[in-house]
Design a protein around this ligand. Structure first.
Ligand code: ATP
Ligand code: MG
Length: 285
């Protein structure tokens, strides 16, 4: 049975660009859906990476697990929804939204969009706006720098406003974000120098600024069983050389990570079909 909205869990996935945030988000949502939770996987932006990557297979997967849905929110659509919630009349909201003043406001305070997104993600837990009847929402978050802007928006806005309904909302969003009973954070990295450094820095920043303890997911770890991996590929010589070098480099970075944080290792999976890849990944996250 679906938990009450107030018991909802929010899983934020972040990490350096290209490390596998989207795949890990989907795989994690899939894992939780397989375990029986009703899950909403949220992408941020205007166009869907999942639709582009998976095509009709996206529907196939979500149809197979009828407790898994995917959606996409943009900062602007969330801001519009927020205003509609207060103004209540669609036509007036349209006017307001198309208005030059509104555009200027968004330009002057870009954190408004970030705030609207965070308001939407936490609306189920806070029981406001449209009902979000899911056990868990998984957010395929922005890459690290932009993700911190998302995290900082409610606090920053609260410090600027402090009073009134908007001030109160900023504070309530902020409280949910720092509440380990509702929110978890997963930083995806690759077992390589720069991504590891960035992941550990992000972990520190999340701890210091928001008092949250993130999990680290180290993705695309080369299989340690070299022979088994070799047997799976056609062009062997080049592969052997690359494999040795990469594997040694990876193990060094994994050691750095493990000394600082408990880390989930997700293997590199040699599979070109994204739907099969996702299912395999969901076994590890
Ligand atoms: N464990 C894995 N094994 C093999 N391929 C993987 C694995 N994880 C991710 N990939 C592939 O790596 C590529 C990048 O993954 P993905 O798009 O999820 O990264 P991202 O961090 O979301 O990127 P962006 O920052 O652009 O949003 C994709 O082509 C995906 O199929
Ligand atoms: Mg992505």
């Amino acid at each position: 049975m679906t938990k009450k909205a107030s018991a909802q869990q929010i899983s934020f996935i972040t990490g350096k660009g290209g490390v596998g945030k989207s795949m890990i988000s989907y795989a994690y949502a899939l894992k939780k859906a397989k375990a029986g939770e009703k899950v909403l996987l949220i992408e941020i932006g205007e166009t869907s990476f999942f639709d582009r990557m998976l095509g009709s297979k996206n529907n196939k997967i979500t149809n197979e697990f009828n407790n898994l849905s995917t959606t996409i929110y943009s900062g602007e659509s969330c801001l519009r929804e927020y205003i509609l919630h207060y103004v209540k009349i669609e036509k007036v909201t349209d006017l307001f939204f198309d208005n030059k003043v509104m555009r200027a406001l968004i330009k002057a305070a870009p954190a408004l969009k970030e705030l609207a997104l965070m308001g939407k993600f936490t609306s189920g837990v806070r029981n406001i706006g449209y009902p979000m009847e899911y056990d868990r929402v998984v957010i395929d978050g922005y890459a690290t720098g932009h993700f911190l802007a998302l995290m900082r928006a409610p606090k920053g806005m609260y410090e600027a406003i402090k009073f009134g309904p908007m001030g109160e909302q900023c504070l309530s969003i902020q409280k949910v974000l720092s509440d380990p009973n509702h929110c978890e954070y997963k930083i995806v990295t690759l077992p390589e120098d720069l991504p590891v450094t960035e992941a550990l820095e992000m972990d520190q920043t999340l701890q210091q600024e928001f008092q949250v303890e993130a999990d680290i997911i180290c993705n695309k770890v080369l299989p340690t069983d070299f022979v088994e991996a070799l047997n799976k590929v056609p062009d062997k010589n080049q592969f052997i050389e690359n494999y040795k070098l990469s594997s040694e480099e990876q193990q060094k970075s994994i050691q750095v990570l493990k000394q600082k944080k408990q880390t989930t290792l997700v293997p590199y999976i040699y599979e070109t079909d994204p739907a099969i890849l996702l299912k395999s990944l969901s076994e590890y996250v």
